[in-house]
Design a protein around this ligand. Sequence first.
Ligand SMILES: [Zn+2]
Length: 473
Amino acid sequence: MACVVLVSLAQPLRAQGLPELGDSSGSLISPQMERKIGEQAMQEIRLRDPHFLDDPELTDYVNNIGRRIVSASAEGRQDFEFFVIRDNTINAFAMPGGFVGVHTGLLLAAQTESELAGVLAHEVAHVTQHHIARLIGKQEQMSIPTLAAIIIGLLAARSSPDLAQAVIVGAGATGIQSQLNYTRDFEREADRIGFQFLQQAGFDVTGMGSFFGRMQRATRLYENNAPSYLRTHPLTTERIADMQNRAQTAAYKQAPDSLEFHLVRAKLRAEEGAPREAVAYFSGLVREHRYADEAGARYGLASALTRAGDFPQAKSEIETVRKLVRGVQPMVELLTARIRRASGDTAGAQEVLRAALLQAPNYRPLHYAYVEALQDSRQHQAALAWLAELVKSYPRDEHLYSMQAKSFDASGKRLLQHQALAEVYFLRGTLPAAIEQLQLAQKSGDGDFYQLSAVEARLKALRALQSEESKRR
Ligand SMILES: [Zn+2]
């Protein structure tokens, strides 16, 4: 719609057909190939990166913000996945195919939700403009695993994960300077297109420039001391000026921060350092009213108190938060349940979660917590019944299968346990391990005819997939 027009007006490049910037030698890799490279890199990160933060509440939040931005883009239907990396540097990075990593340092450093959205919009633009594909487009003789390995290599050098490095590694020793010129163009383009996404999504567009400006002032922009986001996104002074100019000519739009923005930041902050220090930090904020949002500060205090094992105080604090927020806020209910569970009140935790699920039936972190609470009290049949329904709605959610495996194990159902584990490995992209689990399921000796047939059919399908993949390499 309007966005398509904006993109084609703003772009010196054709929006369709995707020519390379000043490059005529090679063709681009296809969007399908991009997605495959991104998926493979994502699987590697999930499996091997100890900094990958598997926190369903944080993941849900960054995906909500990300989705708002993506739906404002011309490629609104592209399947984006946002994920969180536990790293104190202020950074975010995009991989081909729509995988965007967000550092916890960025979540904590952003002072408004629009600032965070500004950085994400820039990364989304790198994806929608196929920048990485353009950079590696000439390497078409490389296989998907090799290209994924290049991406991973960049991320391993976490201090500098953005595009500039993608170029250097991708290009080899020659032609680095000319490639770097491309990345400067890419950065400008990502700023310009990202700005449009930000505006369309209804965020405050001054956020982008003010955030970068603050980082620049804080660090004086000296190469090695600059936050990695600036180091990996060259031409900062000029970029900030551009952003500020664009923001000045745009109509001012107020975009208040969501409650979740404050809760997510408080959750992260409460997990930092020693529990007692975290309690002292949030107590100070609450006592001196030094907060942008009272519910957020008190939520942080309740969370820190829980870590410190002070459940009575935590309970009283979270009850105050529940009164402050209007209606049912899933993150607040989850912490309420967590406190009850930690203090040994499993039935109370279940009750809170059941009530919250009635109000927010699509919020998956509530489902995970509910199943865990059932498992805590050895209600494995109830847990399995709940999971069976969930799997129908979310067949690609590995959490669900891994919780199933746990309850099958506890119920002595070996075939079903291995079958569920096979799906976990399958979704993680480790086919050989998935096949091994199905073979173990076959040998388990406790399945009926129908269960064995299902295992056999799945085994056949995965073996076919495996031979197809080995042909492609
Ligand atoms: Zn960039």
